[in-house]
Write a protein that binds this ligand. Structure first.
Ligand SMILES: NC(=O)C1=CN([C@@H]2O[C@H](COP(=O)(O)OP(=O)(O)OC[C@H]3O[C@@H](n4cnc5c(N)ncnc54)[C@H](O)[C@@H]3O)[C@@H](O)[C@H]2O)C=CC1
Ligand SMILES: O=C(O)C(=O)Cc1ccc(O)cc1
Length: 365
């Protein structure tokens, strides 16, 4: 199957993956696609066998001598499994992919494990659903992959994990464990809770109200479908960092409620406006194209929500020589209409609108 391989891998030898769920099987699929010899194991026989059957690797053999071990088990089990792997394979470098870094490291430091061969890491890539069935070889493509540095750690060990990240199409980012946990508390752990709390408000809502739902509520609640069992572990392990951010959030929420309850008093509207402007400033600081990238202009096309329409739109844009820099799609509740937002270069905006309209496409706005 050489011709099916993407490119030679940077990581050489056998890679052993412990925990063949979403993350472990995705690592296995990505490496196997580059021709790496991957061994997958799991405490659950079913998860291990599914990972093998989906092509994420092979079962372990008695003479395996992995140079690299990736531990992809739930956060509570990380320290114990990393310690066991360090002991079982005295030549191997061991990494883990857990969403929290300080708590497992502290647990390992309190053990007798040989931590000179341990480098913690965390790919900022995931899905709401776990298990090997949800795994994807391209899960990590273009995503940051934090590689945790600490004083005294050999450069070669850190580099090996960076090679792993690069092989999987991710972008390695070096960070110490404390900075990592503070960062993800802000960009992942608190947003998870805010999303969850908003989604809980929908639980008792009338069907008629839910029928009006559009992109806004869907964006805010997307990660509310995440696995509660995994997230209790993540939040518990980073509780002391997440709690103060939520306190600040609660203070802001209190101010908004006060302004709304006294909306006709002097200063209330200004307070609301300043809060909303603060949100604009915060979201504009997020890197990436999505929504606010000033380099691109936006064209909204309404398409019939029927098979083949999106394909036809893309084909015609190709024929017109117009490059799509980014896109997102929404469905209009209750109507057979798809709303496609295309990002194009500003200089291509007028031509895109005119040419698509000329070919009969409906342009919004
Ligand atoms: N789900 C996500 O979006 C992301 C998860 N992570 C981290 O990746 C790790 C794995 O998460 P997922 O793959 O989502 O979970 P998952 O539930 O899909 O897979 C975890 C697997 O670990 C196995 N396992 C549990 N204890 C074990 C043990 N002692 N020995 C061997 N196998 C064991 C389970 O049977 C399961 O198959 C977690 O530490 C999580 O924080 C990191 C980035 C994103
Ligand atoms: O889908 C998203 O936006 C996520 O944030 C997924 C995710 C979940 C947990 C992680 O540790 C990293 C990424």
């Amino acid at each position: 199957m050489t011709e099916a391989r993407l490119r030679e891998s940077r990581v050489a030898g056998t890679v052993r993956v412990v925990g063949s769920g979403l993350l472990g099987a995705s690592v296995g699929l990505g490496l196997a696609a580059r021709g790496v010899d991957v061994v997958v194991t799991d405490a659950s026989r079913t998860a291990a066998r599914l990972a093998v059957e989906y092509g994420a690797g092979r079962p372990p053999a008695p003479d395996d001598a992995p140079g690299l071990i990736v531990v992809a088990v739930p956060p509570d089990a990380i320290a114990e499994v990393v310690a066991a792997e360090l002991e079982a394979f005295p030549e191997a470098t061991v990494t883990d992919v857990a969403s929290v870094k300080s708590a497992p490291l502290a647990e390992l430091e309190a053990s007798a494990a040989d931590l000179s061969r341990y480098v913690g890491s965390h790919p900022l890539a995931g899905r709401e659903r776990g298990g090997p069935i949800s795994a994807r070889a391209d899960l990590f493509l273009g995503r940051p992959w934090v590689v945790c540095t600490r004083p005294g750690l050999a450069r070669g060990r850190v580099s090996l994990i960076e090679q792993l990240a690069l092989d999987l199409g991710a972008i390695p980012v070096e960070m110490d464990a404390v900075t990592h946990d503070e960062s993800v508390a802000l960009v992942s752990h608190t947003p998870q809770l805010v999303s969850t709390l908003m989604a809980r408000r929908l639980g008792a809502a009338a069907d008629a109200a839910l029928g009006l739902a559009g992109g806004g509520v869907r964006d805010v609640t997307r990660v509310a479908s995440s696995d509660p069992a995994l997230w209790v572990q993540i939040l518990a392990a980073n509780a002391s960092v997440v709690a103060p951010i939520l306190r600040a959030y609660r203070d802001d929420l209190g101010d908004v409620i006060d302004a709304l309850e006294r909306i006709d008093e002097s200063g209330s509207r200004r307070a609301l406006a300043e809060t909303l402007a603060g949100g604009n400033a915060g979201v504009a600081r997020l890197p990436g194209k999505h929504g606010q990238d000033k380099r691109f202009a936006s064209v909204v096309v309404l398409i019939d929500d029927t098979p083949g329409q999106l394909g036809r739109l893309f084909t015609e844009l190709g024929e017109l020589g117009i490059n799509i820099e980014d896109m997102r799609m929404e469905h209009s509740p209750g109507a057979q209409i798809g709303i496609v937002e295309l990002a194009v270069l500003p200089e291509a905006l007028t031509r895109t609108v005119d040419d698509l309209a000329e070919r009969g496409w409906r342009i919004a706005g």
